[in-house]
Design a protein around this ligand. Structure first.
Ligand code: AMP
Length: 191
């Protein structure tokens, strides 16, 4: 069992890299952003709630996010491991994840951050917004709120995992295969 948390600001390439890593290491990819968008497209109560936050660039409250994540993990108990993408994003989520995995005899093995400069990422997101249809990618003010949320609530998690000796970061700028290679070099040291 290997559980990996992919870290990085919006636009850093977590989703793109997750597609390669999940195949390479036979991991179950869980993206909380994708799950919220799935609920939104199905117009569920959770989807409507999430949308009211996501459309402003804000994080969805911890309790519903943690519950959704746990339900998703429970759906696939026989996997070789999980690749968490966009979760945890707050200290409460990180602590809840530790307790939850521990209750199953599992743990977070490593967190890997994709590092990139804010201004490069903002341009990338605005470009993505032209085709993704995501309202939160189309407006620079909303993108800046997402970065503010990241800096205030998510960035402190690097220290949380560093203290446990589980934090790694890789350069997130370059071509896709090169970045997959950098991430794999970290994951390959875990066994
Ligand atoms: P993402 O696709 O990861 O950029 O997420 C899109 C939006 O979904 C975020 O801006 C938040 O509103 C919400 N979201 C995704 N993951 C989380 C999380 N772990 N905690 C709170 N909100 C989240």
């Amino acid at each position: 069992m290997i559980n990996i948390v992919l870290f990085g600001k919006p636009g850093a390439g977590k989703g793109t890299q997750a597609e390669f890593l999940k195949e390479k290491y036979s991991l179950k990819h869980i993206s909380t952003g994708d799950l919220f968008r799935f609920h939104k497209s199905n117009n569920t109560e959770l989807g409507q709630l999430a949308q009211s936050y996501a459309d402003k660039g804000m994080l969805v409250p911890d309790d519903v996010t943690i519950k959704m994540l746990q339900d998703e993990v429970e759906r696939d108990p026989d996997t070789k491991g999980f690749l968490f993408d966009g979760f945890p994003r707050t200290k409460a989520q990180a602590e809840a994840l530790d307790v939850f995995l521990w209750s199953k005899g599992w743990k977070v093995d490593a967190t890997v951050a994709l590092e990139a400069d804010d201004e490069v990422l903002i341009k990338r997101l605005l470009e993505r917004g032209k085709t993704s249809g995501r309202p939160d990618d189309q407006d620079e003010d909303k993108i800046r709120v997402r970065y503010q949320e990241y800096n205030e609530k998510t960035a402190p998690l690097m220290d949380y995992y560093a203290k446990q000796g589980k934090f790694h970061s890789v350069d997130g700028i370059g071509d896709i295969a090169q970045i997959t290679h950098r991430l794999s070099s970290v994951i390959d040291t875990l066994n």
